[in-house]
Design a protein around this ligand. Structure first.
Ligand code: MG
Length: 399
C-alpha cells in the first residue's frame, strides 16, 4: 500500500451517534463485538491502517463517552484518536467533529462508525480523489431492479443505470466542508450525508467505486452478514458451535404419533399445534441454540396458522437453511427419546435417515437413542414423551 502522493494533511471524523435502537441492544450498535472486536474499533482500525491520516476524531453520544474511552483503552488505542461528544443528528455530530479537529488540517474524511469492514485502501482512494477533485464519496452501483411503488402497487420501473448507493467514507477539503455545513445550518437543511450538503453549494463530488462488503450495521441480519464476510476476508475458520434442545409433548388419544418424521403406530399420539414431533423440535432447538437464534417458538410461533399441523421436518429444513445462510453446516447431533412405550427400536433407522436427509448429513452423523424411565415421571406414566438433543455446527466450506 503506497501513500497517496501529494496528499495535504488529512483527518478523519468517525461518527458513532446512533443509539442502535433497531438492534435492541443496551448500548450503541458500534460497541457490539464483531468477530471478537467491537464494530467501532474495527472502523477506527481501518482508518489507522490507511496510514495517511494526521488525526482521527471519534464522536460519541455524551452518555457513552466514558465507555468509549474504556473500550479504546482495552484495545490499546487510547491516545490514537480524539473523543468528542456528538450531536443529536449525524450532521451535528460531524459538525462537532469538525470543531474538534487540530489546526493545519486541509482534508477531512467522514466515516460511519457502523461500517466496520471498510478497506483501508478505499479510505486512501477516497482521500486521494478528494485531494484531487475537492470532494469525493464512496458509492456502489445499484444492482437490483428499482420500482417506484404507490399504495402497494408498482407505479413504474426506474432506470437504475445512473443510480448509485452512497456509502462512507466521504471526504472533502476542510474549507469546502465547512462552507457546506455553514450553508446547511443557515438554511435549516438536513442531509443524510456530507455529499448532499456539498452538492447544495454547487461543489462537484467525485465518486470512488466502493464495495458491497462495506456494509452498514443497522439490523441484526447485518451483524450476521458482517461476521460471514469477516470470516471470508480473514480466511479464519470460526470454532464450531454447540447447541442443546429439549421438548416434551402430551400423549393423547386420537392423534398420530410422529417422531423424527416417522409415523409410529400407537393408540395415542402427541398433542401440539404442528404435528407435535417432539424429537424434530428438540433438534431444531439444538440447532437454533448453536446459531444463537433463540428457540423454535420464536421462529415458528404456535399462534401462527401457517404452522397448524405442519410436518416438523419442514420446520427443521427452514432451520437448516438459516444455518446455511449464516455459513454453518450440521456437524453431528445426538438425540434421546424418553418414552415408556411404544418400542422405538424398529423405527430408529428410518427416523435417523429422515433427519439426516433434512440436515444434509450422512445418517451416521445423527445418533438416535431411546430410553424408558422405568415407569417414573410423566414419561414413565405415559402422559407424554420427552426428547433431548445436542447438535454441533461446523463452518461451511466455502465454494
Ligand atoms: Mg414442541
Amino acid at each position: 500500500m503506497s501513500k497517496p502522493e501529494n496528499l495535504p494533511p488529512a483527518a478523519a471524523i468517525i461518527t458513532a451517534g446512533g443509539v442502535g435502537r433497531r438492534l435492541g441492544g443496551p448500548g450503541p450498535k458500534q460497541f457490539l463485538p464483531l468477530g471478537g472486536r467491537p464494530v467501532l474499533i474495527r472502523a477506527l482500525d481501518a482508518c489507522l491502517r490507511a496510514d495517511c491520516l494526521t488525526a482521527i476524531v471519534l464522536t460519541l453520544p455524551a452518555e457513552h463517552l466514558e465507555a468509549g474511552a474504556q473500550m479504546l483503552a482495552r484495545h490499546g488505542l487510547a491516545g490514537r484518536c480524539r473523543l468528542t461528544v456528538g450531536g443529536a443528528t449525524r450532521q451535528e455530530s460531524v459538525l462537532a467533529g469538525l470543531n474538534a479537529l487540530p489546526a493545519g488540517i486541509e482534508l477531512v474524511l467522514v466515516h460511519d462508525g457502523a461500517r466496520p469492514l471498510v478497506d483501508p485502501e478505499l479510505i486512501r482512494a477516497c482521500l486521494a480523489a478528494a485531494g484531487r477533485d475537492g470532494a469525493a464519496i464512496v458509492a456502489v452501483p445499484v444492482k437490483d431492479t428499482i420500482k417506484s411503488v404507490a399504495e402497494g402497487r408498482v407505479a413504474g420501473t426506474v432506470d437504475r443505470r445512473p443510480l448509485w448507493r452512497a456509502q462512507t467514507p466521504q471526504a472533502a477539503r476542510l474549507a469546502l466542508l465547512r462552507q457546506a455545513y455553514e450553508a446547511a445550518a443557515r438554511e435549516g437543511f438536513r442531509g443524510t450525508d456530507e455529499s448532499s450538503l456539498l452538492e447544495r453549494i454547487g461543489c462537484p463530488v467525485a465518486v470512488v467505486t466502493g464495495s458491497e462488503d462495506n456494509l452498514k450495521i443497522t439490523v441484526w441480519e447485518d451483524m450476521a452478514m458482517a461476521e460471514a464476510l469477516l470470516v471470508a476476508k480473514e480466511g479464519k475458520t470460526p470454532p464450531p458451535r454447540i447447541g442443546h434442545g429439549y421438548d416434551a409433548h402430551r400423549l393423547v388419544p386420537g392423534r398420530a404419533l410422529i417422531l423424527g418424521g416417522v409415523l409410529i403406530p400407537h393408540p395415542t399420539g402427541l398433542l401440539g399445534h404442528s404435528d407435535a414431533d417432539a424429537l424434530t423440535h428438540a433438534l431444531c432447538d439444538a440447532l437454533l441454540g448453536a446459531l444463537g437464534l433463540g428457540d423454535i417458538g420464536r421462529h415458528f410461533p404456535d399462534t401462527d396458522p401457517r404452522y397448524a399441523g405442519i410436518d416438523s421436518l419442514r420446520l427443521l429444513a427452514q432451520v437448516v437453511e438459516l444455518a446455511t445462510a449464516r455459513g454453518w453446516a450440521v456437524g453431528n447431533a445426538d438425540l434421546t427419546v424418553v418414552a415408556q412405550r411404544p418400542k422405538l427400536a424398529p423405527f430408529l433407522a428410518e427416523m435417523r435417515a429422515r433427519l439426516a436427509a433434512v440436515c444434509q448429513v450422512a445418517p451416521e452423523a445423527i445418533n438416535l437413542k431411546a430410553t424408558t424411565t422405568e415407569g417414573m415421571g410423566f414419561a414413565g406414566r405415559e402422559e407424554g414423551i420427552a426428547c433431548h438433543a445436542v447438535a454441533l455446527l461446523l463452518p461451511r466450506e466455502r465454494p
